[in-house]
Design a protein around this ligand. Structure first.
Ligand SMILES: [Fe+2]
Length: 537
């Protein structure tokens, strides 16, 4: 579908998208004859399976029917029947629930199946069937009950998987470490045209339309290591800019860095958000005002809180959708830049927000209730580096205006809320910068001696490139709130929570350009509850 066709769709047709999403989300019990059952010469489960958005009594199961080299539209305009089973065991001898659901054509034949009636904190196995074809088996985990005393939780955090920059070997190694969940912090796809000089075959042209985004997701999801990681455990997902366009902010387009086709950004963002929904294990409720409203700026509400019993709360934040435009980018251009705050009158404007006011207020209200929930660790999963990389403000430093440094008033509002509400044990997770940064979250980065109110682990990329460690030591020395940095390795982080300790292990690939790359521990850190101090092990 072209952008113009998207714009010209009748209201009635747009309304059907939401109905289709609703039909897909529910378990339906129509007679088999009422459902479309095309004959399949080859398996349509080429993009794997996924799960996420669990509660103590339910999970969200995902798949999408897709034949490589065949446009989504050629699977027809009718919804396709997909049968499913959920079992206690991998051999499907003890089936807990089964049924059939719809893969609507309007949603690229994706399935978002909500399965209720499950037991808390339990692993289940699931699979889908179409005709004679059976999907890979997925494994998923329900949340514990909110009052449950959970003794251990292993989460991985990761971001930024640019296809042509390298192989997804990091996912293969992570799978062997058996996490209970993956927290994905953005840049699941990149929207650029592929370049032939890189590690993998080019990924295609510019990603601008709904069909383009669908093709890009299908390419990334064709990767066997990524598929296997989705099948291994539930994912908790948020997004960053490249799911739409480099450096976009709210409803303002970004800047792709070199000549890209001019398109209507509102329609492009709507197409990108729809494709993200179609390919992620998220619930239909993220579509607060239906897919039809996205082209006019309607919200896709992906931020929220996930509670792992009494052990941890995970706040998944969205620092893209509601973000005020970056301040003082050179010549008034959209997108990001490096800025001297002393020459930027709006730099410290307290009205500017990176999360948007509604999300800020939601987050503060959630944080204000941590003392009554009494969860041990408060984990803030967000897009980018939280701590400052500018040293002392006003000393002539040049700061990057797209990250939290460019939204200092908003950053201080959040750190002050952590202090004011005595939020227990905040742990910030980030991505975006393709470098590992570990440190202390300061109440006010502009004031030397300001107390720490939490700790931060900003992760490297799964595959996306960056320069290396030539400036790392100098940047660490001028920003002493950080205790460790590495810009050399791709990989992921592992978080092992217990009531008595958080251990974070940074795992780095030997060589992202090799499919058989090995992995090694770069460093590991321990944090004790009650003390916002990161200790190198
Ligand atoms: Fe990235």
């Amino acid at each position: 579908m072209t952008l113009q066709q998207l714009a010209n769709q009748s209201f009635e047709k747009r309304r059907r998208w939401l109905q289709a999403a609703g039909a897909s989300a529910a378990t339906l019990w129509l007679p088999r004859s009422a459902w479309s059952q095309p004959r399949w010469a080859a398996t349509p489960f080429t993009l794997g399976v996924a799960s996420g958005a669990a509660t103590p009594s339910s999970v969200l199961l995902w798949t999408r029917l897709h034949l490589p080299g065949v446009a989504a539209a050629s699977l027809g305009s009718a919804p396709i029947t997909v049968r499913w089973e959920l079992a206690d065991d991998e051999g499907f001898r003890r089936i807990v629930h089964s049924g059939q659901t719809l893969a609507p054509a309007e949603l690229a034949h994706s399935v978002h199946l909500e399965v209720p009636g499950l037991a808390p904190e339990r692993w289940y196995f699931y699979r889908f069937m179409v005709g004679d074809h059976v999907s890979p088996v997925g494994r998923t985990l329900t949340l514990p009950g909110p009052q449950d005393q959970v003794q251990r939780l292993r989460l991985a955090y990761a971001s930024c998987q640019k296809w042509e920059d390298g192989f997804f070997s990091a996912w293969r190694h992570l799978r062997a470490e058996h996490p209970d969940g993956v927290v994905f912090l953005g840049d699941y796809i990149y929207e650029y045209p592929g370049r032939s000089s890189r590690v993998r075959v080019p990924s295609g042209g510019w990603v601008l339309t709904l069909d383009d985004y669908r093709r890009r997701y299908a390419l990334y999801k064709s990767d066997p290591d990524l598929q296997a990681m989705h099948a291994a455990c539930p994912w908790w997902v948020t997004w960053d800019d490249h799911e739409v366009q480099n450096d976009y902010a709210g409803e303002q387009q970004g800047n792709s860095g070199y000549a890209s086709p001019a398109v209507d950004f509102a329609l492009r963002r709507a197409a990108a958000y729809q494709a993200w929904y179609e390919h992620m294990p998220v619930r239909q409720k993220v579509l607060t005002r239906s897919l039809a409203g996205l082209a006019s700026g309607a919200e896709m509400r992906i931020h929220g809180r996930v509670q792992f019993g009494q052990l941890a709360d995970l706040y998944l934040l969205d620092a893209r959708q509601y973000k005020d435009p970056q301040a003082c980018t050179k010549d008034g251009a959209p997108g990001s830049g490096r800025v001297d705050p002393a020459r930027c009158p709006t730099w410290l404007d307290s009205r500017r927000s990176i999360l948007g006011w509604a999300q800020e207020q939601w987050l503060e209200s959630e944080l204000a209730h941590t003392s009554s929930r009494r969860t041990r660790w408060q984990v803030l999963g967000q897009q980018t580096l939280f701590g400052s990389l500018g040293g002392k403000i006003g000393s002539g430093q040049i700061l990057w205006n797209d990250g939290w440094d460019g939204y200092q008033a908003a950053r201080t509002r959040l750190t002050q809320a952590l202090q004011q509400h005595a939020v227990p044990n905040p742990v910030f997770l980030g991505g975006d910068v393709h470098e590992n940064w570990v440190g202390h979250v300061k109440l006010d980065y502009a004031k030397p001696g300001s107390p720490a109110v939490g700790v931060e682990f900003c992760g490297t990329s799964i595959s996306s490139r960056l320069g290396g460690n030539t400036q790392t030591a100098q940047r660490l020395a001028s920003n002493p709130h950080f205790v460790f940095a590495d810009a050399q390795h791709r990989g992921y982080g592992l978080l092992d929570f217990t009531p008595h300790q958080l251990r974070t292990t940074l795992r780095g690939l030997d060589d992202v350009s090799r499919q058989d790359s090995s992995v090694a521990t770069l460093a590991s850190f321990v944090v004790q509850p009650g003390r916002p101090v990161v200790e190198l092990e």
